[in-house]
Design a protein around this ligand. Structure first.
Ligand code: MN
Length: 338
């Protein structure tokens, strides 16, 4: 059975932003993202870390060659963490449109190999909504990505709703991608590299996703789709406790009453990907909890290697029909890939 292999969380960067991140690496600051940024974009980066930026910048050469070797049909590209979100609102707005134009060019150059998620500047929500309309409506990109918080704020505040409204209207799924935990949440994660992919990214992103649920975002925008990487950032494992304790939170007046249970929003408004969680038990469990239409394959290249991600799916204990959905069918539906 021929299955399309569409990898959904595949990072790239543009030289202009790599240069800006070099400046950010050299400036002061307390954001825990600076640990990764200094390691990848700082002056004189060598060894293991020096491999990353060239891989992020490449879309025409080694990446395609490796995709060919492994039979990967498509990468859904997105600007790598932290995207445009550490720039001031004006600069971020400007860079978002440059990134999205560049993505449209890449897709035009390789229409069968790449799809793309547009970025936007969350700290300027009305202009973000305009950019979303342009990126999806005119550039025909396939969805959206945002790297969790901006300026230590989550988007459960109404001032951010314009971009959710635009995304829902255009049926553009928003990939809520990790970044290091915001100020305050980062305090216990400041050792052992815990601020990053080891643990902190998941804490940050699952916390953010829950705030979007608990604020009532999905009662307001019932058609909105949020994508979570890394097997749902742990949330599928929590559904029973979330439902029980959210009821209690409503009873004591700590949270607004919602139309659905938290687990029902997870099933209706969220889709998860397998990035960096190549574990067949976790995959089977997540499909059982969320449904076979709500799990998609992702590699997280170049932070994760391509070959084991392919091996993971090829050997996954799923029926051909379900595997075809996870490997590419669901991505084609969610991201409107034809
Ligand atoms: Mn990623």
């Amino acid at each position: 059975m021929k299955m399309n292999r569409i990898a959904c969380e595949e990072a790239f960067n543009i030289p202009e932003i790599a240069r800006e991140l070099n400046k950010i690496a050299k400036a002061g600051g307390t954001s825990k993202d600076l640990i990764l940024i200094r390691a990848l974009y700082g002056d004189g980066v060598t060894g293991y870390n020096a491999q990353f930026v060239p891989k992020l910048l490449d879309v025409d050469d080694m990446r395609l060659k490796q995709m060919d070797e492994l039979g990967i049909d498509m990468h859904v590209l997105s600007i790598t963490v932290p995207g445009v979100q550490m720039f001031d609102a004006d600069t971020a707005t400007e860079y978002a449109s440059i990134v999205n134009d560049r993505l449209a060019e890449i897709v035009a150059r390789h229409p069968r190999r790449y799809a793309a998620l547009a970025c936007f500047a969350p700290h300027s929500p009305k202009r973000a909504a305009k950019e979303i309309e342009r990126a999806i409506g005119s550039l025909r990109l396939n969805g959206l990505i945002v790297n969790s918080h901006t300026n230590d704020q989550y988007y459960d505040d109404e001032k951010y709703f314009p971009f959710f409204e635009a995304a829902e209207a255009l049926d553009a799924a928003i990939y809520l991608h990790p970044r290091a935990p915001m100020a305050g949440l980062d305090r216990p994660l400041d050792k052992y590299w815990m601020e990053a992919a080891l643990w902190g990214y998941g804490v940050e992103t699952s916390t953010h996703a829950l705030r979007l649920i608990f604020c009532g975002l999905f009662d307001r925008f019932p058609g909105l789709k949020i994508v979570l990487g890394h097997m749902g950032e742990g949330l599928p494992f929590w559904v029973t406790r979330l439902d029980f304790m959210h009821d209690e939170a409503v009873v004591v007046g700590a949270a607004p009453r919602l139309q659905l249970k938290p687990s029902e929003y997870l099933k209706r408004n969220f889709v998860i990907t397998t990035s960096g969680q190549e574990n067949h038990l976790a995959l089977k469990y997540s499909i059982d909890v969320l449904g076979e239409d709500n799990v998609m394959w992702a590699i997280d290249y170049p932070y994760q290697p391509m070959a084991p991600a392919v091996q993971f799916m090829d050997t996954a204990p799923l029926s051909d029909a379900v595997k075809a959905k996870v490997y590419g069918g669901n991505a084609a539906r969610v991201f409107h890939i034809t």
